[in-house]
Design a protein around this ligand. Structure first.
Ligand code: UD1
Length: 338
């Protein structure tokens, strides 16, 4: 069976993808620098799958360490999650974001080229579309200038991969994620935000758990039915499975171009208020919230047209929003007790 390197494999999306890869029969090697993850996740992946993935603590910014890893390991494909991802922080620390997100990508691609390793899956984001002119967003929607260094690293990352595919014959797929939420049904892995959560769902679950006093809803004067902003929230396990589908497409040589990109969402938009209401009904919790000003940089609405991803990847989402929010809540409660 193919041996797949998962960078950032102990992180939120990475850990769920490692579980699905192992359950599908792939051999997995994880590289993670533990900068935004915990080593315990390795034990939890092992408990879920019955198999301990090979793990290496490596900082991908250190080129000689990346080279040494590839000197010692045979790899058939790479799923590259390892990156910094906080939008606000990226505005404060642009150089750290460019060094980490772009530097590590370049080093990995160099090793792939030098050693003839094919099959590369890249974590991209729907942020590349900015506020799209038409909804739902198809892959044909134009990309817009990035509004943060984080977003820019995703756009530049895609361009670097596109150029490498063209010049060196590498086959790659970028997955443009919408908003990943939820946790594995085993409640052994989930999202572990550091400090005060910036994203909506962890803020909601921490508020329901009493860690935060109140959720602030950023703006109710958007041009949407209830005035709050609309996003496409996808269960992280569905998102993880999109990676398996993309990898299999490359292995089976079913890709139509060297470099492809797909929207990975549910196709359904939910407003912040709808999320709050659905969370309350799905978990039987009352949520304390208030409306505050808009958050700078936020867009009005983004949700995916999944037609192309469904067809080309032979993949579709299977979990409901209720299931995703329930799993996020179970995961939150587990954090309090463990
Ligand atoms: C954000 C990033 C996106 C990144 C994604 C990673 C921005 C502009 N975009 O997406 O690039 O890929 O995270 O998960 O930061 N909200 C509240 N109160 C809160 C938190 C959020 O009302 O306390 C609202 C936001 O205004 C937004 C929605 O909830 O309308 C979702 O926010 P969030 O979870 O931060 O995701 P995005 O902003 O969509």
């Amino acid at each position: 069976m193919k041996r797949i390197l998962v960078t950032g494999g102990l992180g939120f999306i990475g850990s769920h993808t490692v579980v699905e890869l192992q359950n599908t029969g792939f051999n997995v090697v994880i590289i993670d620098d533990l900068s935004n993850s915990k080593i315990e996740v390795l034990d939890n992946i092992t408990e879920i799958t019955g198999k301990r993935p090979d793990f290496h603590q490596i900082d991908l910014r250190i080129k000689k360490d990346v080279q040494a890893f590839f000197d010692n390991h045979h790899i058939d494909g790479i799923i590259h999650f390892a990156a910094f991802k906080a939008v606000g922080e990226s505005v404060q620390k642009p150089l750290e974001y460019y060094e980490n997100n772009i530097g590590s990508l370049v080093y990995l691609l160099q090793e792939m080229r030098n050693r003839n390793i094919d099959h590369f899956i890249f974590s991209s984001s729907c942020t590349v579309y900015g506020q799209a002119d038409e909804l739902p967003i198809t892959e044909n929607a134009p990309t817009k200038p990035a509004t943060s260094p984080y977003g820019n690293t995703k756009q530049i990352g895609e361009e670097i991969i596109r150029g490498t595919c063209k010049a060196n014959g590498l086959n790659a797929i970028a997955l443009r994620y919408f908003n990943p939420i939820g946790a594995h049904e085993s409640v052994k892995i989930g999202e572990l935000p550091l400090g005060v959560p910036q994203n909506l769902i962890p803020y909601i679950t921490q508020t329901a758990a009493g860690i935060r006093e109140q959720l602030s809803i950023f703006g109710d004067d958007y041009d949407t039915p209830d005035g709050t902003a609309i996003r496409d929230y996808i269960h992280v396990v569905d998102l993880a499975n999109a990676h398996i589908a993309a990898l299999q497409r490359l292995i089976d040589k079913k890709n139509l171009n060297n470099f492809e990109y797909f929207n990975v969402g549910t196709g359904k938009g939910s407003s912040v208020l709808e999320i709050v209401k659905t969370f309350e009904s799905a978990t039987n919790q009352k949520l304390n919230y208030k409306i505050v000003d808009r958050r700078e940089g936020d867009i009005t609405a983004a949700y995916a047209d999944t037609t192309i991803a469904n067809k080309e990847l032979n993949w579709k989402t299977e979990k409901t929003l209720e299931e995703a929010l329930q799993s996020a809540w179970l995961w939150q409660k587990k954090q309090q007790t463990s």
